[in-house]
Design a binder for this molecule. Structure first.
Ligand code: F0G
Length: 454
């Protein structure tokens, strides 16, 4: 097997590491919140893998074919053809990004206040849209410790799922959402066996099963590598089997459709398409463009297929694993095995002297920027926010610092610089300080909060 990337580079974007004193000044001026940094002050940007990938020459050239008609654009039909081919779902609605798809779906599916939506684990915007529509989101993730090996740590706990349905009644459940891969649990995959069993339960009780497929191609790769009976199957065939078990999908196309902006909804059933389309039109745009330009639809149609290429997937998931191995062999505590899009450092173990409500995961993001100009993000108690009734901070089961790798953007030498930054910070970890709020917004506080070091 060749070791190199399955592409060569035709266009470049300069980056540079600014001096340490400038990094210290920049993060202080950003109130110790990496979201408030200017990207030109960042050397390697691992804030997110969302919308940050590099498009191929085929995507860029397809953009020139964009049909900008308001309704019935040929670009829409090219996108629909790709989606139907991969998923088997006939009814396709573009949206401006994943959260537009979520808002449109839950506004229609949650028909009474207090209805439950059950998931292996919600991403924050998905959870938010369930709540905004009056629903109650419930996570039913399989419980496995962060450093213990399990091939499919993203799985739904199907025993708890069935028990929950029996206790609360199928009529009180709006739908089940299977998130593949499971971002909030560390980008961990879900097995086909788990998807099949979830589908069996959903059908038994007559509950709708939707997939959140931001990173489904990476999930197909993990099934191929780790689940018996799939080694010889093409990722697209694994995808087709997976989608056959559900009723529809919501997608942030900014990940596994390899585009910088875009989202999708797709359904098996025309009735659902018509209902959800009723929200897409006023909030996103007409049914055939959903808040995107025709050229964006073209890039998405091409990207959806590229992301299922086996050589691309081996490179992609392999690069994340490469960084994971560099860190793990240096004794850095990480979520193991690594997921498909990011390495998650266990910041509670990295910084045991920082209490959870001084946000060790966030303290480490500040330290990594100061140390090597690497931008990362906290996924832990900071993101959880406060309990609306008691006003207390909600404690997350994990205190992670996420190093999300953009697709087709950085080389392994960049990742070696990242590993060196983390290892240097680890050697000085006693000097890393916790943070406290100097300004705390009420909703989605992590994006815009101001902090000081404790
Ligand atoms: N679902 C999952 C699993 C996600 O990871 C995201 C976004 C969304 C839905 C929402 O999609 O951003 O296009 O509106 N995740 C990004 C991240 C933001 O950094 O993990 P969106």
């Amino acid at each position: 097997m060749p070791k190199g990337e399955p592409f060569k580079i035709k266009m470049v974007e300069p980056i540079r590491l600014i001096p340490r004193e400038d990094r210290e000044a920049a993060i202080k001026a950003a109130h110790y919140n990496p979201f408030l940094l200017r990207s030109s002050d960042v050397y390697i940007d691992l804030l997110t893998d969302s919308g940050t990938g590099a498009m191929s020459q085929f995507q860029w050239s397809a953009m020139m074919l964009g049909d900008e008609s308001y309704a019935g654009a040929s670009s829409y039909y090219r996108l629909k053809e790709a989606v139907t081919d991969i998923t088997g779902y006939e009814y396709v609605l573009p949206t401006h990004q994943g959260r537009g798809a979520e808002k449109s779906a839950f506004a229609q599916l949650i028909t009474r206040p207090g209805m439950y939506v059950l998931s292996n684990m919600f991403f924050d915007t998905t959870r938010g849209h369930v709540q905004l529509a009056g629903g109650r989101p419930i996570d039913l993730l399989l419980d496995v410790p962060t450093e213990e090996y399990h091939p499919f740590k993203g799985n739904m706990d199907t025993a708890r799922l069935e028990a929950f349905i029996q206790e609360h009644g199928a009529e009180n459940i709006a739908c089940i959402v299977m998130t593949v891969t499971n971002n909030s649990a560390g980008g961990q995959p879900v097995s086909m066996a788990n998807i099949r069993e979830t589908s069996r339960i959903a059908r038994k009780y007559g509950i709708l099963l939707l997939f959140d497929v931001a990173r489904y191609a990476e999930n197909c790769h993990f099934i191929r590598m780790r689940e018996e009976g799939y080694a010889d199957k093409a990722p697209i065939d694994i995808a087709r089997e997976m989608f056959s078990y559900g009723d529809g999908l919501m997608m942030s196309a900014k990940k596994d459709a390899l585009v910088n902006i875009g989202g999708l909804l797709a359904f098996k059933d025309e009735e659902l398409y018509t209902r959800v389309g009723g929200t897409v039109v006023p909030f996103e745009g007409f049914l055939t463009y959903g808040g995107l330009a025709g050229r964006d639809l073209e890039a998405m149609a091409v990207g959806l297929r590229e992301a299922l290429d086996p050589d691309y997937l081996a490179y992609r998931v392999g690069q994340v694993e490469y960084l994971g191995n560099l860190l793990r062999s240096a004794g850095i505590p990480i979520q193991w095995p690594v997921g498909g899009h990011a390495v998650f450092i266990d910041a509670a173990k990295f910084l045991p002297h920082i209490p959870w409500d001084q946000f060790p995961g966030h303290a480490l993001t500040v330290a990594l920027y100061q140390e090597g100009g690497v931008r990362t993000v906290e996924v832990g108690s900071l993101v959880m926010g406060r309990d609306p009734e008691t006003g207390e901070n909600v404690r997350s089961p994990f205190e992670f610092t996420r190093l999300a790798i953009p697709r087709r953007v950085y080389t392994n030498l960049h990742l070696e610089d990242v590993a060196e930054t983390v290892i240097n910070a680890f050697q000085k970890r006693e000097q890393i300080r916790g943070v406290k709020f100097t300004r705390e917004p009420k909703v989605l506080r992590h994006f815009t909060a101001h902090f000081d070091l404790v």
